[in-house]
Design a protein around this ligand. Structure first.
Ligand code: HEM
Ligand code: HEM
Length: 179
């Protein structure tokens, strides 16, 4: 398998970026909801993990954008996909980039606009803000998290539809091959 993508399948760099980001995002979503009502003993630690992984996903997304813009080209869409399916897939893929970047920026925005960063850095639970809901970046973060989940449902449904119903090799293009 080559580092760059071919006209038929994604290359190793695109695969690594896609599946690492996907796994981290799938962990961040339940963590984001659960950490808010976690017991005091665990809350700071869970927020730290969420913030660390969230920033990492933001950086991976920037790296991914640069990779596609400067160094690689996506495989050509399967001829069996209708024009509507291609447009929908393109919109969902572009939506992922936008939504994930807004999540990362709004996450950093919450830290900048409240004592949260200080609480996480010092480990002082007393500094944790009781409620961030009045902050605009918090509202954006919650809205984008929900939009991300909707995109994810569409994306996975599309991938499984092409795999099981269309049987057109779409999932195989993004599958990791060990040799
Ligand atoms: C980039 C991927 C990210 C995803 C998918 C994500 C996902 C989520 C989700 C699902 C929630 C719960 C939303 C709700 O209850 O309405 C949440 C909350 C939160 N996220 Fe993220 N997040 C990401 C990045 C970040 C980053 C980079 C930061 C900080 C630098 C951050 C800080 C927070 C904080 C502080 C909360 C809790 C707010 C509260 O206590 O009310 N997130 N996140
Ligand atoms: C967990 C289940 C997932 C499955 C089964 C899956 C499957 C796939 C498949 C089969 C493709 C290739 C589509 C084609 O060539 O037409 C693809 C591309 C893509 N997927 Fe996923 N995916 C998953 C999760 C995610 C997540 C969480 C994201 C969020 C960032 C994501 C973002 C993308 C993007 C942006 C592309 C276009 C190629 C690229 O820019 O890297 N996927 N996915």
């Amino acid at each position: 398998m080559t580092m760059r993508s071919t006209s038929e399948r994604y290359g190793t760099v695109a695969l690594a970026l896609h599946w690492t980001s996907a796994a981290l995002i799938l962990a961040l979503i339940p963590l984001g909801f659960a950490m808010q009502s976690a017991p005091d003993a665990a809350r700071l630690g869970l927020y730290r993990v969420h913030v660390g992984i969230g920033i990492l996903v933001g950086l991976l997304t920037l790296a991914r954008l640069l990779w596609w813009l400067a160094l690689d080209r996506r495989p050509v869409p399967s001829v069996s996909h209708t024009l509507l399916q291609r447009r929908l897939a393109k919109a969902v893929h572009a939506g992922f980039y936008g939504v994930v970047l807004i999540l990362a920026v709004s996450g950093i925005g919450m830290m900048a606009a409240s004592p949260l960063g200080e609480a996480l850095a010092s480990g002082k639970l007393a500094l944790m803000p009781a409620d961030l809901m009045n902050l605009p970046p918090r509202l954006a973060h919650g809205a984008m998290a929900r939009l991300l989940m909707a995109l994810l449902v569409l994306h996975v449904a599309g991938a499984l539809y092409h795999h099981w119903v269309g049987r057109d090799g779409t999932l195989g293009r993004m599958a990791v091959r060990l040799r």
